[in-house]
Design a protein around this ligand. Sequence first.
Ligand code: SF4
Length: 145
Amino acid sequence: MSYLPKSPWLVHYDASSCNGCDIEVLACLTPLYDVERFGVLNIGNPKHADIFVVTGSVNEQNKSVIQNIYNQMAEPKVVVAIGACATSGGIFRECYNVQGGVDKVIPVDVYVPGCAARPEAIIDGVVQALGVLEEKYKKMGKVAK
Ligand code: SF4
């Protein structure tokens, strides 16, 4: 797999996590892992993002927010579900208000396991997302810039 010639920009949303996975996402930005040195930026605007990183499970309160962020992102885009809650509902999946993982409301391309997901696994998930993004660019007949 060759990689995109551009740096991937991420938008991160904490759906309803316990913050464990969010802390690990932030750990990826600390000097120990420092993904920004590869041009990976965690940005606040979904319109500028290539990859949607979601932590936590889906419930009635946040499903419209998840869909709203997803719909604001330009094509092609990739969704990465981080941690057991985002992939399946995790330990909260039996709660009365939890509907399950992120794929209950938007398409998910990459699932990162763990409770909490380790920074190495999150970075690996983003690398997998780059491959998916590249394939989507090819299917659209576009060349990434
Ligand atoms: S997967 Fe574990 S650490 Fe991550 S949000 Fe769920 S309960 Fe918290």
